[in-house]
Design a protein around this ligand. Structure first.
Ligand code: FAD
Length: 494
């Protein structure tokens, strides 16, 4: 049995810890925040409950597998409910809305509300996404990707499938109506990717929702975090200040509070672009670009805003300009496109009586923009609420607020240690993907591994949990304890 320290109790850290513990290792998770979860934390106030970050669950079998690998039964721990429609999309100044529904004929009827031609293109789009999902997401996302040679072998096939083209461009080859193009390419925003620049491999994120559904966990995503953390030794409230090494191999960690924990291996879930700081080493020559950030507004309202579904997207005027401002810009966006989560649509206990528990996610530039959030947060909040009232018909939202919380890029930086306050690790562009990301197993320090949004395959609930499988497998290779895949391997479905 080896002693393993996991730095950080985000989903990836907890996933790796569960797998490693299931393999028979002695695992300690060290988290700097007061509770586990990282980006997937929770706020409770006056009877309202909000998941702070992820809310939309896809590929639920990945969760089943990680629980099983840790000796837990996912379905006795967590009650899952399928959401259909997955989400509703409204566009500014447009009466019609688009529901994403799982039944493919019903989905065609939804698309036909905007374009009959695009409705007929939908089956062809799904056929094109199938091999990208199977080979690009499942094939590459479940194995280590740590050499350029491997990348060179993988790339021609992806090029042939059109998966290396920019996502919005590739989507536009199938659909002609701009709203349908936006609807089928916004998904990369959930992992911090600009739909106009990231590769079309992320188009498969739509395909997999139709394949496996979109799910909600009772109690929110945080119920999953709690179930994972309960099974582990998670020590919160004292972060790791330093990863200790001797003769090129890790020997343990020292916490900010001065505690030393000896370890044979260290798995870090801390921001992958800052691991050199924990090692006391200079910044690597290759500078990675962190993702955009997010401004999150958690509102507990007296009234219910029935226009909103469980998941709703509100697309503002000038969407393309908006994306440009938040991904590369130096200024806050002038028009807003937001995602809204209203969990009490599915689980009434998430808000009191007639009220709503609403989380608004507005993508914003990260701290490289130079925005002083202590100064701008209030004005942005007011402008966003006014826009939601005027542009998207949420009349009376501001006056209905009983309790409110928010999270800005400064919080991502200060609370979670995110470089430049990024919300989704590094940008998932082509030149920051697969073996061009920081590797799951460090190439210079023996016994050091990475997990989470900043390593392969990347961000998102399934992404970081598939990454946990890869990382645990590498620890297993090095320490001779299983492969980290105790769960039944998932076969690609038709
Ligand atoms: C607003 C938002 C909405 C999202 N929505 C979705 C969604 O709907 N569906 C989806 O699939 N994905 C979504 N995502 C993405 C998903 O939430 C993340 O990719 C995932 O939760 C990140 O997990 P992680 O393993 O990288 O850990 P993180 O959540 O990044 O956690 C890392 C942990 O490490 C800790 N840490 C850092 N440094 C130290 C240190 N030195 N010592 C100790 N601890 C340390 C941090 O405090 C933190 O707890 C969303 C993300 C955000 C931000």
């Amino acid at each position: 049995m080896s002693r393993i320290v996991v730095i950080g109790a985000g989903l990836g850290g907890l996933g790796a810890a569960l797998r490693l513990q299931g393999m028979g290792h002695e695992v300690t998770v060290v988290e700097q925040c007061a509770k586990p979860g990282g980006r997937a934390s929770q706020i409770k106030d006056a009877g309202y409950t909000w998941d702070t970050g992820p809310s939309l669950i896809t590929m639920p079998w990945v969760l089943e597998e990680v629980f099983a690998a840790g000796g837990l039964n996912f379905h006795t721990e967590i009650t899952m409910r399928e959401l259909d429609p997955f989400y509703r999309i409204f566009w500014a100044g447009e009466e019609r809305h688009l529901d994403f529904v799982r039944d493919r004929e019903a989905m065609q009827a939804e698309i036909a509300k905007f374009s009959a031609r695009d409705a007929t293109a939908f089956p062809g789009y799904m056929d094109a996404m199938k091999p990208i999902y199977e080979e690009g997401i499942l094939g590459a996302g479940r194995r280590k990707f740590d050499s350029i040679a491997q990348l060179l072998r993988f790339t021609p096939r992806m090029v042939k499938l059109g998966a290396a083209l920019p996502l919005h461009f590739a989507t536009s080859r199938h659909f002609s109506d701009e709203r349908i193009r936006e609807a089928f390419s916004f998904h990369s925003l959930f992992i911090g990717g600009d739909p106009f620049r990231v590769p079309a491999i992320y188009g498969a994120l739509v395909y997999l929702q139709f394949l496996d559904g979109v799910w909600y966990a009772d109690g929110g995503v945080y119920a999953i975090i709690e179930a994972m953390a309960r099974a582990l030794d998670v020590r919160c409230g004292d972060g790791v200040a330093r990863i200790e090494t001797a003769q090129g191999r890790v020997t343990g960690v020292t916490t900010v509070g001065g505690r030393h924990i000896a370890a044979d291996a260290v798995v870090t879930n801390a921001d992958a672009m800052r691991v050199h700081e924990l090692l006391g080493r200079p910044r690597p020559r290759r500078r990675l670009t962190p993702s955009m950030s997010a401004f999150l507004l958690y509102l507990g309202t007296r009234d219910r805003f029935e226009r909103l579904g469980h998941h709703t997207l509100l697309v503002g005027d000038g969407y393309r300009r908006f994306i440009k401002d938040v991904t590369g810009g130096r200024q806050l966006p002038a028009n807003f496109s937001t995602y809204v989560h209203a969990p009490n649509r599915t689980e009434p206990a998430m808000a009191p009586d007639d009220g709503d528990s609403l989380c608004f996610l507005l993508p914003v530039p990260n701290l490289r923009s130079g925005t002083d959030w202590a100064v701008h947060s209030e004005a942005l909040r007011d402008a966003l609420v006014a826009d939601l009232e005027q542009t998207f018909g949420l009349t009376g939202l501001g006056a209905s607020v009983r309790v409110e919380h928010r999270m800005t890029p400064a919080d991502f930086s200060e609370r979670l240690g995110a470089l430049d306050g990024n919300a989704w690790a590094m940008e998932p562009t082509l030149h920051q993907s697969a073996s061009l990301r920081p590797p799951n197993r460090d190439k210079h320090v023996r016994g050091l591994y990475r997990v989470g949004g900043g390593t392969h395959p990347g961000a998102g609930i399934p992404g970081v949990l598939l990454g946990a499988e890869i990382t645990a497998g590498l620890v297993g290779e090095d320490f001779g304890r299983g492969t980290g895949t105790h769960g039944k391997p998932h076969a690609a479905r038709a």
